[in-house]
Write a protein of this length. Structure first.
Length: 377
């Protein structure tokens, strides 16, 4: 018997003919049509993703902010209620525990949205840090932790027509909802938290729902998007990966690991150096002063070949790094890759090679993100 988990939408995925495969311990839909068709649908119209495998951890209490400031690299003190913030949690070494979104629901109440494959590890880490804080402060901090992952269904509606589709079932106007903000609203009779966030490089929303109501909203959205002729399609994790890859968004286990620091991954923007302290700050400050030995770069293939994670990167016959992600990029029609290289080779237009099945295939370091949508003014 399989020990893999399934989201509440598993029967819907099977009914739609999805190709199912294991991802982070879950049976998840990889594709319904072709990955390229689903990718183009999100870039040009809209796509609906089941991401209910993601983890949600609630942190509340009078000392919640103090605790989270210590736990995270970014500055949560600047958040207002209704705001979402991207941040990282680091080990004392500076290596990354996880990257996550923080939602400020109330003055003393937050949600941490963490990667599915890291949820249990994150939960243990966060509890361990709270215990350490209690011990160091010699008094119990008033912080309550709850793993609410099993209570929440999570859908992502992404693409240029996402707002038009979602507005048809929302009682609140979405026109004024800014990027990385959220509202509590009602979708076709279901109470929901709706945030203007996503992992595709497109405009869109993530919908947090009571888990038992998730199938109803999934079907309602697909029906609405189809009946209105807006081209909404269900999208699997295959296209989710190519979409995030084109947009230069990191994936834990590839661009981010416990051995990679935010500085090496090009994420210094999400480090609030002005904070008094946070876990990993001393190690990161030391690395910032000394300089990183390797950097994450984007590159495009000059010769024919698709770079895959783990392939060596070569310069003048010598290994200079490794591919972390690589794919044909459907929007751009090119074979592209992300990877770490020694810092001296991390400059734009540097010609390098990817070792593909024993053969050096030429590539060139390029700017990232590879794709950036046009934002209407």
């Amino acid at each position: 018997m399989s020990t893999r988990k399934r989201t509440i939408l598993y029967p819907q995925h099977v009914q739609l003919g999805a190709k199912i495969a294991e991802f982070a311990g879950w049976d998840m839909p990889i594709q319904y049509q072709s990955v390229i068709e689903e990718h183009h649908a999100v870039r040009t119209k809209a796509g609906l993703f089941d991401i209910s495998h993601m983890g949600e951890i609630e942190v509340s209490g009078p000392d919640a902010l103090t605790f989270l400031q210590r736990l995270c690299t970014n500055d949560l003190a600047k958040m207002c209620v209704g705001q979402v913030l991207y941040t990282l949690m680091c080990y004392p070494t500076g290596g990354i525990v996880d990257d996550l979104l923080v939602y400020r629901l109330e003055q003393d109440k937050y949600w941490l949205v963490v990667n599915a494959g890291n949820k249990d590890k994150d939960w243990d880490w966060i509890n361990e840090q709270l215990t350490l804080m209690h011990r160091e402060e010699q008094e119990k901090q008033t912080v309550e932790l709850r793993d609410i992952s099993d209570e929440i269904g999570l859908l992502a509606l992404q693409g240029p027509l996402a707002q038009q589709i979602l507005a048809s079932i929302s009682i609140e106007s979405l026109e004024e909802l800014r990027y990385y903000r959220f509202i509590f609203t009602n979708l076709a009779g279901v109470d929901a938290l709706v945030s203007r966030t996503g992992y595709t490089g497109e405009d869109g929303f993530e919908l947090y729902l009571p888990v038992e109501k998730t199938p109803f909203i999934w079907e309602k959205l697909l029906e609405t998007g189809k009946d209105a002729g807006l081209g909404l399609v269900p999208v699997g994790l295959g296209a989710r990966d190519t979409l995030r890859f084109e947009a230069g968004l990191p994936l834990y286990g590839h661009e981010l690991t416990e051995k990679v620091t935010p500085l090496e991954a090009g994420l210094e923007f999400f480090i609030a150096w002005q904070k008094d302290d946070f876990i990993g700050k001393a190690a990161l400050l030391k690395q910032k002063e000394e300089g990183v030995s390797s950097k994450l770069v984007g590159f495009m293939m000059i010769e024919r070949g698709i770079p895959r994670a783990g392939y060596p990167l070569i310069k003048d016959g010598e290994s200079i790094g490794e591919v972390t992600s690589g794919s044909f990029a459907p929007t751009l029609g090119q074979n592209l890759g992300l990877g770490f290289v020694v810092s001296k080779e991390a400059f734009i237009d540097n010609e390098i090679s990817v070792l593909i099945r024993g053969k050096e295939v030429k590539a060139k370091v390029t700017k990232k993100p590879f794709y950036k949508r046009e934002v209407k003014k």
